[in-house]
Design a protein around this ligand. Structure first.
Ligand SMILES: Cc1cc2nc3c(=O)[nH]c(=O)nc-3n(C[C@H](O)[C@H](O)[C@H](O)COP(=O)(O)OP(=O)(O)OC[C@H]3O[C@@H](n4cnc5c(N)ncnc54)[C@H](O)[C@@H]3O)c2cc1C
Length: 432
């Protein structure tokens, strides 16, 4: 069968198998080589692609829930959407959610995803108490910060390269309402949005939409969005209504002119200060989920998301250079996001480090990869790194220089005899 990530590039031929019980997966693993788990395929690049792919979505049971503590035990193919459907009406919500709820718990752990509250609570792994992991011979080990700790820290953020997560124990957080109090603050340029992030460190959620094509005195103009959980209200699930992107939209619809125009009007539309309006939680966290198949917007060749983080002290200088290059080349899209992260955690390959992260989509075209190689240089020169779950083309050199704990990760792979058994197109490219 043909398979691809969310960016629809590359498309490869794989042998895929779907499992819903531990015994069958264990038998399979004893004879399989070169395989990787695949959850909901929301990673953009090639981290969930391999010659043999293990589909985990049928590991879909919620096994237990303690209404006193908010601790839920579920199988790894359960999605965040399913957890929200089950527990939001009872006043519980995942403590960390990314920009889509259509990801599996296994995928959330393997990418150690972050949300708009990283500066306050860190990554998804912070709410993971323990998980069960199936190893290369089909054996199951329990991992937590106390049991098999090296394997725990290698698996959180380890991009499926340490085995198949079967079940996880997660801590949900209590909520009083299904609304968020949202404030919007326009910023005229990068300096101003940095200042606003710093002034709003106490905000529970913060993220900025940034106009990646604005130049000169407007460079980095942004809309900072802040959010606080509403203090009281109803606990209702939103409507499931979605819009769909027309099939086969030609890639040329998205070019520097349409993007500049969109960015200009979006900024004007949102440039009025808004203080504390109530918005449904889903609208605040998952605006893109309203548009089904929006990844087809970029045309037949697909797209990639480039997400970088720079240490705080190097962020202003580095981002000015990077935004300058993007605007100069006329590349980049309207989905550009800026966020200030809190400190790095103890996992070997988790992406966040204390500083600013910029994420933006690029349509695949001939001149793109050489251009991104230039951006990589700037990222490296400023002590930053790229997010593995978005990556599809980073070089081995860039990876090894920017993830200083990659060798320890590789040693754990050797120690537990994982190297031959679990790999992806990405792990082969990166040499890990
Ligand atoms: C619209 C959109 C917005 C996003 N916003 C954010 C964001 O704000 N923050 C953020 O951090 N990420 C974000 N992401 C990325 C997304 O959260 C991650 O890529 C996530 O890992 C996808 O989960 P998945 O179930 O689709 O996993 P897949 O894409 O199927 O797999 C991702 C990785 O997890 C591994 N994996 C999956 N299941 C298992 C398992 N059971 N055991 C072991 N390994 C496993 C795979 O091998 C692969 O390496 C976004 C993605 C989209 C499409």
């Amino acid at each position: 069968m043909k398979l691809t990530g969310w960016g629809r590039f590359p498309v490869i031929q794989v042998r895929g198998q779907s499992f819903n019980n531990q015994e069958a997966l264990s038998d399979y693993l004893q004879s399989a080589d070169g395989c990787v788990a695949h959850g909901m395929g929301r990673s953009y690049g090639d981290s969930a692609l391999s010659e043999q792919v293990i589909f985990t979505r049928r590991f879909n049971k919620i096994l237990s829930f303690d209404p006193q503590t908010g601790i839920v035990v579920c199988e790894s193919g359960v999605s965040l959407a399913e957890l929200i459907d089950a527990f939001l009406p009872r006043g519980w919500f995942p403590a960390v959610v990314p920009g889509t709820k259509y990801i599996s718990v296994g995928g959330a752990i393997a990418s150690d995803v972050h949300g708009k509250n990283h500066h306050k609570v860190g990554c998804f792994s912070e709410q993971v108490l323990a998980f069960e992991l199936m190893g290369p011979q089909g054996e199951v080990v329990r991992c937590s910060r106390r049991e098999n700790a090296p394997l725990f820290h290698a698996t959180c953020g380890g991009m499926g390269l340490t085995g198949v997560i079967l079940r996880a124990e997660l801590s949900l957080k209590p909520i009083l309402s299904s609304s968020i109090r949202e404030s919007l603050i326009p910023a005229r340029n990068l300096e101003e949005v940095f200042r606003l992030f710093e002034e709003n460190l106490a905000a529970t959620y913060s993220v900025a939409w940034i106009d990646c094509l604005a130049k000169h005195e407007h460079q980095g103009r942004s809309i900072l969005m802040l959010g606080e959980p509403a203090e009281a209200g109803l606990l209702t699930l939103p409507s499931a209504k979605t819009w769909t992107v027309p099939m086969g939209l030609p890639g040329f619809c998205l070019n520097q002119y349409s993007v500049s125009l969109f960015n200009y009007f979006y900024y004007q539309l949102k440039s009025n200060f808004v203080a504390g309006r109530l918005v449904p939680l889903e609208e605040f966290f998952f605006p893109l989920d309203k548009i089904a198949h929006w990844n087809k917007l970029y045309g037949r060749r697909g797209f990639t998301q480039y997400q970088l983080v720079l240490p705080k002290e190097a962020s202003l200088a580095g981002l000015k250079l990077i935004l300058g290059r993007i605007a100069g080349a006329g590349l980049g899209s309207f989905l550009a996001v800026l966020k200030l992260f809190g400190p790095e955690n103890a996992n070997y390959l988790s992406f966040p480090l204390g500083g600013y992260t910029l994420a933006l989509d690029f349509k695949i075209q001939n001149r793109l990869f050489p251009f991104l190689d230039e951006l990589d240089r700037i990222v490296l020169d400023h002590g930053g790194r790229l997010y593995l779950t978005k990556d599809v083309r980073m070089s081995r050199e860039v990876f090894q220089k920017s993830y200083p704990r990659w060798e320890q990760f590789a040693q754990i792979r050797e120690l537990y005899r994982l190297t031959e058994k679990f790999n992806s197109l990405q792990s082969k490219r990166l040499g890990v």
